[in-house]
Design a protein around this ligand. Structure first.
Ligand SMILES: Cc1ncc(COP(=O)(O)O)c(C=O)c1O
Length: 451
């Protein structure tokens, strides 16, 4: 049988086997103990318990994923934004099998394969819409993509030290990105480098928000003139609470930076593919301002993209790994699928999912869950709300109770602590209705418990 037919038939076998995973189900009594044992081994190997009792079985269909304890969950967090087409998508299964039949597992910058080319070209193609981005440099995590972006900005500004970031920013886990991140809990015991200054992100409850942020930016520029390497920000805040801002908030900030020659660096690690366009700068029509942008998560890999003016001198960015052959091939296939199958744009599938999911939550917040669910906000496949009074303990309790009841989501933000969903782009009305029922029941049960 030709190679391609064998790949197809292998994929069909896998898909047939996973097909029965088509709805939420509880753990099975026979598998529960074995799964607990596996979880304990993970705890012991890494020295920290799992947040959820989640160990995947390797089978899943659409938004449903099967765990080692035999349960099936409705996965609305997707590895914190990785599985943009959900679980067991035929396209991803096929491209993964195909790419795995290769001479090597990993690819690097010195000896790339065609998959490296495919992903780089696809990325530049989608990024260049409405911007002057012309190059993509691959790496393996959002944090590394941000580190590369920062180095590029610093080289361009002759080694300028200060980074302008925003309140409640999240930029990753490396030493420098922990400094850019505005969360003291993520840098306990680390020294401070004092290289980051912050502008407040948009606050929809403050009518003077835009002016105050612009004023803060101007004061920072005045104070650190000649020593600022970039204005680095998330165009929609992720870990910070799923907060959005209108185009009009950003334009004066970006105009001011441009006038001062300060590079504009967008962190789109989480927003990539998720805000109804490939990049949030396209959703907000800000492409003309972008010098450097990072992407990861939905890409199955990570990358730093830049304009020709920001192309760094050889030697500044490199590294052993560019990505696994499977990740590069599948990531490129996902980008083509999202582009060709009407997911993007104001009438695309992503926008429809956003409307239906937000309406479901808004409806609950006005009816049976009034006072329990509030402040629904987000863009595209990134939606969050505040549970109960927004306290940390109740948010965590709600996330765990939802998991027990078959729905996976996660927290974000602080004061208020919020509950976020990173929805897969294959969600249907039926899945959204099912999610609504689980959410409603969980909140009503918790309310009863709390008296
Ligand atoms: C906005 C943003 N930047 C950077 C990162 C870091 O990416 P990674 O975890 O792949 O290093 C994340 C991860 O959640 C993120 O949301």
């Amino acid at each position: 049988m030709p190679f391609s037919d064998q790949i197809n038939s292998l994929a069909q076998e896998y898909l047939k086997d996973s097909k029965e995973i088509e709805g939420v189900r509880p753990p099975s009594n026979e598998l529960k103990d074995k799964s607990q044992e596996l979880a304990k081994r993970i705890d012991s190997a890494r020295g920290r318990p799992l947040f959820f009792h989640y160990i995947g079985s390797g089978r899943g269909t659409g938004p449903y994923v099967e765990l080692q304890d035999g349960s099936v969950k409705l996965d609305l967090i997707n590895g914190i934004g990785i599985h943009v087409l959900g679980h067991g998508h035929p396209l991803v299964v096929k491209s993964s099998i195909k790419a795995s039949l290769s001479d090597v597992v990993m690819q690097g910058n010195l000896q790339p394969g065609l998959e490296y080319l495919e992903m780089s070209e696809k990325l530049v193609e989608v990024a260049s819409l409405g911007s002057n981005i012309k190059h993509a440099w691959l790496c393996q995590s959002g944090s590394m993509a941000n580190e590369n972006g920062l180095k590029i900005c610093r080289q361009k500004t002759n080694g300028a030290r200060m980074i302008i970031s925003m309140n409640k920013a999240f930029a990753g886990r490396t030493t420098m990105m922990a400094e850019v991140t505005d969360n003291d809990n993520y840098r306990v015991g680390l020294p401070r480098y004092e290289e980051v200054v912050r502008v407040p992100f948009y606050d929809k409850n403050n009518p003077n928000s835009s002016e105050e942020s612009l004023q803060a930016l101007k004061e920072i520029i005045e104070k650190h003139k000649g020593n600022i390497c970039c204005f680095m920000f998330e165009p929609m805040q992720g870990e910070g609470g799923y907060r959005t801002a209108p185009r009009d908030f950003f334009v004066p900030l970006l105009e001011t930076c441009k006038k001062e020659g300060i590079p504009i660096f967008l962190d789109e690690v989480q927003t990539f593919c998720r805000t109804t366009e490939f990049f949030c700068y396209q959703t907000l029509c800000l492409g003309e301002y972008v010098d450097v942008v990072s992407a990861a998560k939905s890409l199955q890999n990570a990358a730093t993209l830049y304009t020709p003016e920001f192309n760094p001198k050889p030697g500044l960015i490199s590294g052993t790994f560019s990505g696994s052959t499977v990740a590069l091939k599948s990531g490129a296939a996902i980008l083509s699928h999202l582009k060709d199958e009407q997911y993007m744009g104001p009438t695309g599938k992503v926008k429809k999912i956003n409307t239906q999911f937000s309406e479901m939550l808004e409806n609950l917040s006005k009816t049976s869950c009034k006072g329990l669910i509030s402040d629904v906000e987000g863009l595209g496949l990134m939606i969050a709300f505040t549970p109960f009074d927004g306290g940390k303990d109740i948010m965590l309790k709600t996330v765990k109770k939802l998991f027990e009841n078959g729905l996976m989501c996660f927290g974000c933000g602080s004061n208020p602590f919020r509950l976020r969903f990173l929805l897969p782009a294959i969600l249907t009305e039926k899945h959204i209705a099912e999610a609504g029922k689980i959410i409603e029941q969980t909140f009503l049960d918790l309310q009863k418990q709390m008296g």
